[in-house]
Design a protein around this ligand. Structure first.
Ligand SMILES: Nc1ncnc2c1ncn2[C@@H]1O[C@H](COP(=O)(O)OP(=O)(O)O)[C@@H](O)[C@H]1O
Ligand SMILES: [Mg+2]
Length: 407
């Protein structure tokens, strides 16, 4: 694990892996797992790494480990969640382009030049020669109000504004400074679905973006129709397979049965215990299963994107949107080796559900919960948040016990 400031999920991951013990491969071979937190040190480009797989949570902002990841991916075949070679596509802009190219319903989006020039000696000359004046008002008018102005590479709501009129438009653009901004049609949505994908698995959660962080994921099971649910999962899996991202979260707005993807590129998705709460055990299991599956079955990471796999379907004349989604789903499932993955989990990891249930219901997990709350919240809020999280995790334990008893 290549980590920044997180302690909660890495501790959970280490603990589940330790409790799991050796795993048998499809051919009967035995595989033992060891897990380390990688430290940052000088490295010779010819050094051999001692890892087979790295879960990266750091390289999106820290460039020394990013360059190490590129080296071990290219030279040593180390399996990565996620490959830094597609970080350039981790701005949402590239994902929008891919999704539009694939025929998905991305809201109308325009990229406008910087408000303030980039810090480069050559800018003044280049701009005076090549930057055309443009009519911001006309662009906004064409998209229609309200609209969203937001950075092309955004994350965590940084620089996002909802713009209702000309005055707000100019205020938002003036404030954008050196950020590169999209103007995007606002979707008046019924439901906000946020999905977290880890390898072949996806959890779609109802998201309430206006609530405080710890209340954003609602625990609600049937908030999408079957058809919309499948569409949301398919779009997430499609984008992930397209860019070969194996650990990503995706945001979709559902309005009148139509599915609009708005945020599909999160190199380092939030998996904090305090945000995911009820869904945290699912996320940890999925992460352990996917890493174990990839290693035990010798899954190979490929560096190239092979975009033709998808463009061939996108370009198929006479195919409807629904038919294309079905075809994309097949390609994505093939990329994630989904059938073999589920078969592997059922035959080689049948005890994992019980093991995680025992752990979450026991004192070790509660200690992690308390430590996490103490690390994240100010002292006067500890009791409140400990009770809040315990309540949600108790609910998970009850539902999971019932599920396993029924199965
Ligand atoms: N086109 C849109 N229509 C409606 N709401 C939007 C739209 N774009 C963004 N939003 C709102 O703004 C929030 C932040 O925008 P998003 O694109 O997800 O940026 P970030 O990467 O910062 O999360 C979204 O969670 C959503 O609530
Ligand atoms: Mg978002």
């Amino acid at each position: 694990m290549l980590l920044g400031t997180e302690e909660d999920w890495p501790t959970a991951f280490e603990e589940i892996l330790r409790r799991l013990g050796p795993v048998e491969g499809p051919d009967g071979s035995k595989h033992a797992f060891d897990c380390e937190r990688i430290t940052i040190e000088p490295f010779n480009l010819r050094d051999r790494p001692r890892y087979n797989l790295v879960i990266d949570r750091l390289a999106y902002w820290y460039y020394h480990p990013r360059e190490w990841l590129k080296k071990v991916a290219m030279m040593d075949g180390v399996y990565l969640l996620n490959s830094p070679f597609t970080f350039q596509s981790m701005e949402k802009h590239a994902a929008y382009c891919a999704m539009i190219r694939l025929g998905l319903k991305v809201p109308e989006t325009v990229l406008v030049p910087y408000k303030h020039p980039v810090d480069n000696d050559r800018y003044a000359y280049t701009a005076s020669r090549y930057n055309r004046p443009f009519d911001l008002d006309a662009i906004a008018q064409q998209i229609g109000y309200p609209l969203f102005m937001k950075p092309y590479d955004g994350g965590a709501w940084r620089g996002v504004s909802r713009v209702r009129n000309l005055t707000e438009l100019h205020a938002a653009y003036d404030q954008s400074g050196e950020m590169l901004m999209h103007l995007q049609q606002a979707i008046d949505y019924d439901v906000f679905a946020r999905s977290l994908s880890i390898g072949a698995e996806t959890m779609v959660m109802r998201f309430l973006p206006d609530r405080p962080m710890h209340l954003r994921y609602a625990v609600e099971h049937d908030f999408l129709s079957d058809q919309v649910g499948v569409e949301v999962v398919t779009i997430g899996r499609l984008v992930n397979a397209f860019f070969k991202w194996e650990f990503n979260s995706c945001e979709t707005l559902v309005a009148g049965g139509e599915v609009y993807p708005i945020d599909y590129a999160n190199a380092c998705p939030d998996v904090a215990l305090t945000s995911l709460h009820y869904y945290f055990p699912w996320a940890m299991k999925a992460l352990v299963k996917w890493c174990v599956f990839a290693m035990v079955t010798g899954r190979q990471a490929k560096l190239d994107l092979e975009t033709d796999r998808f463009f061939a379907i996108a370009d198929e004349a006479g195919m409807s949107y629904e038919e294309k989604l079905d075809a994309y789903r097949d390609v994505a499932d093939a990329y994630f080796d989904s059938a073999r993955y589920y078969d592997f989990c059922a035959s080689k990891l049948p005890h994992l559900d019980e093991l995680v249930l025992d752990w979450v219901a026991g004192p070790d997990f509660d200690r992690l919960l308390v430590q996490t709350v103490r690390a994240v919240y100010p002292a006067h809020e500890h009791d409140q948040f400990i009770a809040h999280l315990r309540g949600l995790l108790d609910l998970w334990v009850r539902e999971e016990s019932a599920r396993l008893a029924a199965a």
